[in-house]
Each structure stands twice: as C-alpha cells, then as structure tokens.
Design a protein. Structure first.
Length: 357
C-alpha cells in the first residue's frame, strides 16, 4: 500500500471503529474486533486492527497490528489471566516490529540537528506472574527477552560507526522481581484510585557488546475524582504520574531509559532523550465539555542523566498542552484522544485511542 493512501485508510478505519461493539457468544466468550486508526508526529497516519477474546474463566487473549505512513510495522500479542478470586495475575506479552526511527545521541544536551535515522528489526517477549500477598498488593517474578537488529543506519552516524553500545545488534535477557498495588487497574484504561508498580531486573546481554547490568522501574499513578472534593466538580478528574527509570548505564543504547513521545512528555519526539537514568512527573486535568466530548490540560517535567546524582545538573525538560477526548464505549476510558503538546524546541500532535497514562 502506498503511503499516500494511508490518510484515506485512516478515515475509513476511524469511522468504522466508532459504532463497533463486541459480541458475546453462547459459550460465554466475548469477542471484539476493532479497526485501529491513529496519527502522531512520530508515525504519521497509521491503520491496523485489534482482535480480543475474553473467556468467562478470566483468560484474555488479544492480538493487534498496524502499519504507518513512515513504513513502520508493529505486531503485538498478549495472554493474561486474572480474576478477583484467583490469587495470581499471570501475563505474557510479545511483539515484533520493523520500525524506522530516530536516534539523537545520549544525554540531555543533544540537539534536534543530531538526529540520525535507522531501522529496528526486533522481537520482544515478556512473562510475569504476580501473586496477591494481601489485599491490593501483588509480588512475583518477571522475565523479558529481546532481540534487536539494526539496518539502514544513516551513513557516518553513531550507529553506523558502532560508537554506541549495542549498535551491532544484540540479544538481552531481563530477570527480576516486580511488585504492585492496584493491579485491578489496567494502565491503559485508568480508573479512580492509586496504581503503583516497581520492577527490579538483572540484565544480561547474550549477544552483542557483553554487559551485565541492572534496570529499575518505579511507576506511580494517582487518579482522583474532583466530584468528591469541596469543589464538587462532577466528571472532572485529576491524574498524576511519577516515573523513574534507572539502569547501570552499560546496556545497549535502545535499552536505556528515555523520555519523549505520545505518552511521556508529549510534544517531544519519541525517545528524544536517552541516558542511564530518566525521571518524569506529569499531571492531567480532565473535564467534561458536552455529552461524550471531554477536554484535557496537561503538563510535564523530566530529564535524563548518566547517574542519579547528575539529574539536577542538566536543564529540566518541560512539556505542556491540551486536547480533546471522545468517548466511544461504555466508560470514559474507551476514548479517542487528540493531544497537542508544546516544548521549548518543538511540538507534537497525537490522535490515539486511550489515555496517555
């Protein structure tokens, strides 16, 4: 399919997805087939589809894929099992991609003019089994295995000259422990309350530049309904996220923490800044406009650094903006969102399904 036809496909898929609902079968399974249409500054127009099957037992299977105007192909699949009565949350995720993208160098002082292009051929598999140890708290092992190869790097760039770790391709295995509260809240469909997840992993590079390192993730999210506040603003919600990503700094460049894109510091290019440590704080104010149409205002601060002690030395990155949400399903979480984010160097446009966090 030629790239110039993708905007037409985008409109067709978008219109087809608005009235679409799932189908419950006689055996109790629930099937959902949804066209995917989205636009971001990093991908251009994109189209694809999602198939999901829910079983009465609590088993959930889904597979999705999309193709973008920038010739990016991504396929995702997921299998998870969870019920409030069962003490375990078991999840398997996988993806494969052919993905032309950009690299701007390492550190917080890189410039947009440093951009160099390359294409990732990658496979990503992860498995986690979290057990509920008491009400609201889950803990268990988490594993992840990734293969990445790089083709068509810009001639003379850092990747082409193998000047960054992992630029010749690599395989890497993460083995760790995760814990979380509010596991009933699914990250892509925020609800009221608190969600927290922390994962500590030991990373071993199996092929490529030999390295053994660690990777720590801390993700805190708060969703507060302002109807219960003294202001009694019905339908108004305040959302907050604090994300910390810390590694030892010797991982392949594509594995290093980063900020920027449609979900974190909206307005910056995807993965605009990379280094051994990344931290970000972002807040959203979401409010009703009319019927199923809602609005949002957001702001974010973040940065990357070679170590935790250096985080305060660089120039803090700020992003801000606003957007619209149109609810297509039975809950506010099933919404298309249109966000426009600004930064001190650029702006980004994002038309996606689901909230940023």
């Amino acid at each position: 399919m030629k790239n110039k036809l993708l905007p037409v496909l985008f409109v067709i898929l978008l219109l087809a997805s608005l009235p679409l609902t799932g189908e419950e079968r006689d055996d109790g399974t629930f099937n959902l087939l949804v066209p995917i249409a989205f636009y971001t500054s990093d991908t251009g127009f994109a189209g694809g589809g999602l198939f999901q099957r829910l079983y009465p037992s609590g088993l959930n299977f889904s597979i999705a894929g999309f193709y973008t105007q920038k010739n990016q192909i991504n396929i995702f699949y997921n299998l998870d099992y969870f019920t409030p009565e069962f003490p375990w949350w078991i999840q398997y995720d996988g993806s494969g991609r052919y993905y032309p993208e950009s690299f701007y160098g390492l550190g917080e002082a890189t410039d947009l003019d440093d951009e160099e292009g390359f294409t990732t051929l990658g496979l990503d598999q992860s498995l986690s089994a979290y057990r509920r140890v008491f009400d609201g708290l889950y803990i268990g092992p988490a594993f992840r295995y990734k293969i990445n190869e790089f083709v068509d790097p810009d001639e003379g760039g850092l990747i082409d000259r193998n000047l960054v770790p992992g630029s010749e391709g690599y395989q890497i295995l993460y083995s760790g422990i995760g814990l979380g509260t509010g596991r009933e809240l699914i990250a892509l469909t925020p609800a009221l309350g608190i969600f927290y997840e922390a994962i500590g992993s030991y990373a071993t590079t199996i092929r490529g530049d030999r390295a053994e390192d660690f990777y720590l993730k801390s993700d805190f999210r708060l969703f507060y309904d302002l109807a219960g506040s003294t202001l009694r603003l019905r339908g108004h919600q305040f959302a907050l996220q604090h994300l910390s990503l810390v590694s030892g700094g010797e991982l392949p460049f594509l594995e290093l923490p980063s900020v920027g894109g449609g979900n974190l510091l909206r307005g910056y290019a995807a993965d605009r800044f990379r280094d051994a440590v990344a931290m970000a704080l972002q807040a959203d104010y979401r409010f009703p406009i009319y019927g199923k149409l809602k609005g949002a205002l957001f702001g974010a601060l973040g940065n990357v650094a070679p170590d935790i002690g250096s985080l305060g030395e660089g120039e803090l990155k700020a992003a801000w903006g606003g957007g619209l949400r149109f609810q297509t399903g039975p809950t506010p979480d099933t919404s298309f969102r249109l966000d426009v984010g600004w930064t001190g160097e650029d702006f980004g446009v994002y038309f996606l399904f689901g909230e940023a966090y």
